[in-house]
Design a binder for this molecule. Sequence first.
Ligand code: ADP
Ligand code: ZN
Ligand code: ZN
Length: 816
Amino acid sequence: MYFVEVILPLSLAKTFTYSVTEAEFHYLKIGMRVAVPFGKSKIYTALAIELHQNKPVLYEAKEIHQILDEKPIVTKIQIAHWQWIASYYMCAIGDVYRGAMPSALLLESETLISQKTDSFIDTSLLSDDEFLIYEALQQQSSLKVQDIIAILNKKNIFPVIQKLIDKNILVLQEEIQESYKPKLVRYVRLHPKYDSNQGLNDLLEILRNASKQKEVVMRYFQLSASEKKAISVKKLVEQSKSSPAIIKALIEKEILEEYFLQQDRVTFNGQVSKKQLQLSEEQNNAFVAIKERFLHKEVCLLHGVTSSGKTEIYIKLIEEYLKTDKQILYLLPEIALTTQLVGRLQNYFGNKVAIFHSKYNNNERIEVWTQVLNNSDKAQIVIGARSALFLPFNNLGFIIVDEEHEQTFKQVDPAPRYHARDAAIVLAHSFKAKVLLGSATPSIETYYNATSGKFGLVALSKRYGNVLMPNIELVDLKDKYFRKRMTGHFSDVLIVEITTALSLGEQVILFQNRRGYSPIIECITCGHVPHCQQCDVSLTYHKHKNQLRCHYCGYSMAKPTHCQACSSVELTTKGFGTEQIEQELLSLFPNSKTGRMDQDTTRGKYGFEKIIDSFKNREIDILVGTQMLAKGLDFDNVSLVGVMNADNMLYHPDFRAFERTYQMLTQVAGRAGRSEKQGKVIIQTYNPEHNTIQQVTFNNYEAMFTEQLYDRKIYKYPPYFRIIKVTLKQRDFERLKAGSIWLYQVMSQNLEMPVLGPEEPVISRIRNEYIRTIVIKIPMNVSLVNTKIAIQKMLNSFEAVSQYRAIKVTINVDFY
Ligand code: ADP
Ligand code: ZN
Ligand code: ZN
């Protein structure tokens, strides 16, 4: 008897045993995929993780349908890492497997398949099976994999489908809704008819009387000779000091041809910049110090103030690891930041840079997956958001976690709820690879690890080029309102500073951590505030669309003309968001161009890039935005940053509120004065004396750290305690209440540690589900493993109570 142990891509904690023939047993290897039946009639793509001869005792092992791979596509190190994630973050191994793999590698009988709409298909090249599928899709827009099984009348069809996906003929239905389209860049090249010498002569003749056009063409020749890479329209316009209109004329005359490439997928066929990167003395000291730390430590924190040039140090380190032929992983908190970075890295490393993130389509993801698996040159450096951690590395040498303090490194939903920074450290350990964490505002946990000797620590305290840190000025809103020095939400000081900056041709960033026009609409007569019907939140007013919207479930309605409670027509707004600031700017600075960057304006196809580009190109003078602005963007002409209101972050009911406020304000302030001239930051606040605000003003990270650490100790939070947050959700309010009290009591009686709850969170209902939370604080000297086993047991008995079975329970370990 021969068996294979597999992981199924389902939320199941167990692995399953299937029987195989002797031949299959010898052919199979750990890390190959097999198609297996599961449940009544479903087929899934499972992953082989062990081959053995132990007959399962509880059930009859079914036979596998088919082996899907010729060689492993998942490594043993990955499997071990996924098992660690499942156990540490208390989730099913099936959840990790499902989250880790590109979905086209996980076909199952329920998967919906359609034909790619824009592809031309030469049917004579299709095999019989392929043709049958193709033909069926001419009748129907989509098919389930199980329909295809019926059409072909055989079970082993995953490879056929996979092939059609690889050939770009079929796509998974889920992708069709995918809204992400990477930015396309417009390039030009010489029309082929002028390629010959004769052609050139003709061309010069044609352009004899068009001197401007001729200049552009001559410039084009120079550029293509010196750079040997694709020439973008933007670059050609800049370099030839011409205009887009002239280029357009040349295209119409068929002298130039335009074509488009996806910006982050351009194969870099130019030469890698020969100019060696010159580190400043400070940067070089840090570079040497990091290498020294790595002799003794696996992890090092680079604590460098904003604009100190951390990226350049990363580049130098990457160079070192490339020399030893190692793979390098560069983790970023936001997909949106990759475009800026890719350009910077390709300059030095050319085609060795690959990008991987969840918004890539399946083909692109499988391509990078395969390159990493084969240790190919083309993916020696992988840039990605947190999911890049799941790639099949086999020779990983170095991981960079840039902006390590960012919350987005922690996945919230669905499981696995892992922290990419922490999971990266564990992954690196199995490769004996090094990890560099970078931030101007490290998380308390990381700084604690760095100062207590667990991690190495290297600091960069000056900005590159000796640019001064921005000068931060506080404006007391109480005083300004009292003395009537406010125009809308702008203090007189802020208005003067904006006016000055604009008059010098400099740009301004205004930060308000709320989108929409105002978060509350209130009836003056009776005080009624419209709330979402499904969630426990007030509806945000969006003036431009004349709508009230729920930011939690997406519900929207037209703005009512009168109060729904008393019919009064006197409605007023409370609080303000980015939309209102933008509106006020129109009347305060009518001659300036304003832009807005928040979830509402960056939703569209290239929303984010478009706004960043036009700000970079100085088509926007004043940019208003939410925390999106705080994430590592590098603009060189911003001399002023204004924080409209620093207080709403400060009073979030969260033990990280002060830490987060410090990080957010410091990062936003860091966008000011990044080249040459010292920048200025105006922070408007009702609490100018607040310690956190003072710490931001004096750029005193140490003081913030010391104070927060003290609080964390007293109130039993990380880094002194580990936090596990249990969330319970259910539509039936009473049942949820009873269930959460039951679970809380069992936990607090059986765990010898603080258990808090069951608490009603600030937003206690979302999409008609009521919410309760329980927080468990595990002291550092208590066994984490045993505690988790105990918690799991309690959750199992909770599920065994029939009236609580419908309550959804989620576990968040190291809740962020
Ligand atoms: P950080 O990531 O620390 O905020 P960046 O790496 O973005 O800082 O660097 C800030 C600016 O200084 C960037 O525009 C970068 O190009 C420039 N810079 C930093 N170091 C160097 C260097 N050694 N040579 C040239 N330019 C540098
Ligand atoms: Zn009313
Ligand atoms: Zn809602």
